[in-house]
Design a binder for this molecule. Sequence first.
Ligand code: NI
Length: 194
Amino acid sequence: MAILDVIKYGHPTLRKVAEPVKPDEIDKQFLKDMLDTMLAEDGVGLAANQVNVLQRVIVVTDYEHTYTLLNPEIIAYSENMETGNEGCLSLPGLQAPVPRHEKVVVRALNENGEQVEINAKGLLAIVLQHEIDHLNGKLYIDRADLTSLQWVDNDPESGLPLNKDALLDEIQAIYHELFHQNKSSVVFESQRKE
Ligand code: NI
């Protein structure tokens, strides 16, 4: 079992579009490492971009089932939107309310290269939309009202602030300090992308 490094906000790979995976190029060890990493980090989803791999691979869980999905696509969605708080392993300590389609149907390949369709609602629908966004270089903060960003970290040793409103430039400064100290090439993007 290998736990992969999760890259943090400001790393350029988070803003790149991942490439489709060919069924005959499925790397099962990598898929297992992604699952192990998501579980080790207490996440409900992880996209390959977040481990610095530009392949269209996500792992998600609704706490009942765990799914490994390649080349996932939203093929249908409800018009009805719901807004819930989201966080991201690549933006530790932060959360914000984000509007999402209440229901989605996702078509993908599973870890065996077989086509699957998932009818999702509730948490699973939110997580699928969040992770598929990652594959397109999009982060939840792009869809959130930026005045609603909040620090929610509860670990006093993390160096992250607690329970106060967050501003993007403050987030950038803190993440740069905590995670990117030796990387002068880190690119932060503060503009919402559409
Ligand atoms: Ni995320």
